[in-house]
Design a protein around this ligand. Structure first.
Ligand code: PLP
Length: 397
């Protein structure tokens, strides 16, 4: 047996652990008495257009084609339409930033990440992640024999610290993962940060005489509030691989659909792409779910009703600030990253549990002393939880 895999199977992620506890606790005391802020499962229903597109496909497409295998990299016409959309929506230059022949359809952003990392990494390589970070990056990276190198963001703003990233880069650095809008902070990295980071990576790649690839993990791309702008990184850095999914923007996390898009401007773009295809093959993905591949081009650019998350964010942010919690009001995703009211975030979460508040301690996100609150819940839960947050804060006075 593979001990590494056994270990992963035995230890559930902290988030899943709390999510499971929530189910048990709800059965004991009632659904409405437990305030579960643990998991990033979209609470806003997928828009009606998803049902219409699927119905359309089911009623009007030959079922043998609709439910059959597509080519391993995904249906050619689907990839063509996605590439057209990327060019039309995001390209601010004259050279293409995507190509149908460099798009690989995947089972969500998670598979896009595992394929990209498996494609790029060799034993002993290093991958820089900006902490706090999505904990699965560690699992996806370490299975390749490479090492994850967390680099702390600025403690106040949770934006990347270029000086710290610069100090972490060495000849073993193969890739940097950038996730904006960010899980767990909700922060959207402004263009200024993307420019600073990508010029550092260009300089370091030159010095080291090899490309450092930037993996842009973008499942939250459309989840932004108040007009925040999410720079499209292939416009700024040639060696970019975008990992994308419809899990969050269209509330379809269970349907497992997304893609990898290797920039045509990347060094060895064709070989990077072939390695992504090879990784998908080695991991046994075969092809992404056909029905949802065919649906994707029908809905590009659409989202579920994001204003619901924005309202949740506003209610929670103003109440928590009033009760004395410290949190930056984030511009995107559906998470708040709040300073715990004692140094040990796990102890703080244990105390929060006494008030039936289920929060995720920041330790697994690669930084200490914070909690993540996933506000993709009903507005009713948010409003009902406020007295518990107040009482929790008062218990520290
Ligand atoms: N990347 C980040 C930052 C995430 O938060 C998640 C899911 O929560 C994923 C990737 C995986 O998303 P998907 O459901 O598309 O696989």
């Amino acid at each position: 047996m593979n001990e590494k895999m056994l270990g992963l199977g035995k230890s559930r992620s902290v988030i899943r652990e709390i999510f499971e506890y929530a189910k048990v606790r709800k059965a004991e005391i009632g659904d409405d008495k437990v305030f579960d802020f643990s998991i990033g499962n979209p609470s806003v229903p997928a828009p009606e257009s998803v049902k219409n597109a699927l119905t359309d496909l089911l009623c009007s497409t030959d079922p043998v084609q609709l439910h059959g295998y597509t080519s391993a990299q995904g249906d050619a016409s689907v990839r063509g339409k996605i590439s057209d959309f990327i060019e039309k929506t995001y390209n601010i230059g004259s050279k293409p930033i995507s190509s149908p022949n460099l798009i690989y359809m995947t089972s969500g952003a998670a598979a896009a990440l595992t394929c990209s990392l498996t494609a790029l990494l060799n034993e002993g390589d290093e991958v820089i992640v900006l902490a706090p970070f999505f904990p699965e990056y560690r699992v996806f990276t370490e299975r390749t024999g490479a090492k994850l190198i967390p680099v702390l963001c600025d403690e106040e703003t949770m934006r990347p610290r270029i000086d710290r990233i610069s100090a972490a880069i060495n000849e073993k650095t193969a890739a940097v993962i950038v996730n904006s809008p960010n899980n767990p902070t909700g922060v959207v990295y402004p263009e200024e940060d993307i420019k600073a980071l990508t010029s550092l990576l260009s300089k370091k790649s030159k010095e080291l005489g090899k490309p450092i690839y930037l993996i842009a993990d973008e499942p939250y791309r459309e989840l932004v509030y108040g007009g925040a702008h999410v720079p499209y990184i292939p416009n700024y850095y040639d060696n970019t691989i975008v990992c994308y999914s419809l899990s969050k923007s269209l509330s379809l996390p269970g349907e497992r659909i997304g893609y990898v898009s290797v920039s045509p401007r990347a060094e060895n773009a064709q070989n990077v792409y072939l390695a992504v295809c090879g990784a998908g093959r080695a991991l046994g993905f075969v092809c992404a779910t056909s029905l949802f591949q065919f649906m994707m081009p029908m809905l590009l650019g659409e989202t579920s009703d994001i204003s619901i998350y924005e309202k949740n964010r506003n209610i929670l942010c103003s109440a928590l600030t009033e009760y004395g919690y410290k949190t930056a009001k984030p511009d995107g995703a559906f998470y708040l990253f709040v300073k715990a009211l004692e140094p040990d975030a796990k102890a703080f979460c244990e105390r929060a549990k006494k008030f039936e508040l289920l929060l995720v301690p920041s330790n697994d996100f690669g930084c200490e002393g914070y909690v993540r609150i996933a506000y993709c819940t009903s507005e009713e839960q948010i409003r009902n939880s406020l007295p518990a947050f107040k009482a929790l804060a008062e218990s520290y006075l």
